[in-house]
Ligand binder design. Structure first.
Ligand code: AHN
Ligand code: ZN
Length: 332
């Protein structure tokens, strides 16, 4: 009897303390979500700025590994991320191309709030393709691709997101990663076997030896060809397989922001792109926001891997749809 006398009191203390801590958590999460809302409202993705970042990349010339233009672009990308408050690592990645050539690739990682263990990675490839192998005219197939959409558009959107993360002083753990040597895959005119693993060489290197040992992120979002007029982002195959929840979250944000004409509900094919290796090797669930079409022979945007992938194909409305969608997901 002695031992059980105080049970009602004990229960009462337990109840009160549980109740109090629940209330406290509620208050905290209400304040947190109010803060997030106001930060989302503060962030104003500027598509003129994103477009200017695309134009700046093209001004450097072709961003082909082992060239001076490539090196200068890398320095500039790192300095832009630093200017927008990120901690920057340049990872040297020596990789072997389909033809045996050693490429001095450089992955560029800009980290926000590196102490935050809950991380999100946003990425795009920054190199441009050395050969326009989808030119109809055979004589043009060994010319380089300017890569306004194929490469520069994703990087342009991410640089503008970097600028916004800095401007609103977000406490989110975000890594913006510019991967190199994505677009050095075996050209159509190459005689011999075509191996899909000749694509995304910089990402494959990073997935095996991350810039920080033991690096993890909850999710990853790849932006690939996110700048063309009338882009349609179908739900790409590997994204559906590896990251269905993330895919649905991002598409529903886009649709609620009024971008349902871009972020369509159609299922797209399986594309061997940077996200494939982040998923399969590094096991970070990742989606690919990539322009997939019904009305072109390649299934990509009309100027894909041609010399016509130039700045005049870039539409600020598309950059805005993608930029606003991704920044809303990041800051939510
Ligand atoms: C393949 O054609 C195997 N992958 C396309 C990935 C890519 C190239 N994205 C942009 N350029
Ligand atoms: Zn490409």
């Amino acid at each position: 009897m002695r031992y059980f006398r105080n049970i009602p009191l004990l229960l009462c203390v337990l109840f009160v303390s549980c109740g109090a801590s629940t209330n406290k958590n509620d208050d905290k999460s209400i304040t947190e979500s109010a803060n997030n809302k106001s930060i989302i409202q503060q962030a104003q993705f500027d598509s003129d700025s994103a477009y200017a970042y695309v134009a700046s990349q093209l001004k450097f010339g072709n961003r082909i590994p082992n060239t001076d233009e490539h090196k200068k672009t890398a320095q500039w990308l790192a300095s832009e991320l630093k200017r927008h408050g990120a901690d920057v690592v340049m990872q040297d990645a020596n990789v072997t191309a389909y033809d045996g050539k050693i490429l001095n690739a450089i992955n560029i990682i800009g980290s926000y709030n590196p102490e935050n263990p809950d991380r999100l990675m946003l990425y795009a490839h920054w190199d441009s393709r050395p050969f326009a192998d989808y030119e109809k005219d055979k004589k043009k197939q060994k010319l380089p691709v300017p890569g306004a959409n194929d490469g520069a558009s994703g990087v342009g959107v991410l640089l503008e997101i970097a600028r916004q993360l800095n401007a609103v002083n977000s406490d989110k753990g975000v890594d913006i990663i510019f991967f190199d040597a994505e677009d050095y895959g075996t050209p159509e005119f190459h005689i011999g076997p075509k191996n899909d693993d000749t694509w995304a060489l910089g990402t494959q290197y990073w997935a095996r030896r991350t810039h920080k040992p033991g690096y993890r992120a909850r999710y990853g979002i790849l932006l690939d060809m996110v700048g063309a007029k009338d882009a349609t982002f179908k739900k790409e195959g590997f994204s559906r397989y590896y990251a269905p929840t993330l895919l649905d979250q991002v598409w529903s944000i886009a649709q609620s922001l009024g971008y349902g004409d871009y972020f369509v509900n159609d299922e797209g094919g399986y594309i061997t792109d940077d996200h494939y290796y982040v998923n399969s090797l590094k096991k970070i669930p990742s989606i690919d926001i990539i322009d997939l079409r019904n009305d072109t022979d390649t299934g990509f945007y009309p100027y894909w891997h041609t010399t016509e992938d130039t700045l005049d194909k870039i539409d600020k409305n598309t950059l805005k749809a993608v930029g606003e969608t991704v920044i809303t997901f990041v800051l939510q």
